[in-house]
Design a protein around this ligand. Sequence first.
Ligand code: GDP
Length: 199
Amino acid sequence: MNFQQATFQASYGTFSQLPPCIGMEIAFAGRSNVGKSTLLNKIFNRKALARVSAVPGKTATINFYRIAPVTFVDLPGYGYAKVAKTEKRRWAELIDGYLESDRDIQLIFLLLDMRHAPSRDDLQMIDYLVAQEMPFVIILTKADKLNQSQRKARMEAFAEEIPYFDEIHIIPFSAITREGVETIREVITELAEAEKMEK
Ligand code: GDP
């Protein structure tokens, strides 16, 4: 797959605006400011295909990117405290609407900041994905911000904090060192290849 050929499709502010599903989708979810836009740009090897926000929590849209046969779905970052309740509700409706839809969602990458314990929203998301038996991979972002001993301590803590931790594919990631970039691309490529074989 040529990741650099990713194209931005469109942004949608409400679930009902989403275009029909045209094939396999891979979604990215996580708290606002977790580093989702930065990660997408690294995966696509592009400087600014996805917008990296100086003001966290501003992008409350679902953004679609595409490299055939995969549609990449960038879900709005959740859990940003400083927005109105009505706005939070709209975000929740977007995320829930998408996850509960009958679209061909083949994988969800859930991003967690490696420095911190998962938030209540993160844990709610994990519980939901497990309960719905949706395939997901956890990406631990900003790995460069921890030294070896901090990292070891955090990994031990995650094992306690995250249910079914041993059964979940965990990928540490850093936009600075590029750790994890190739692993994430391999996971995506494998799914895309399987899709092509089916056709
Ligand atoms: P989003 O809200 O999840 O899309 O987060 P952004 O991609 O906008 O990133 C939020 C902030 O974290 C920005 O200041 C980024 O530069 C920073 N950031 C993102 N990824 C990394 C990383 O891997 N390492 C470091 N040190 N900073 C990062």
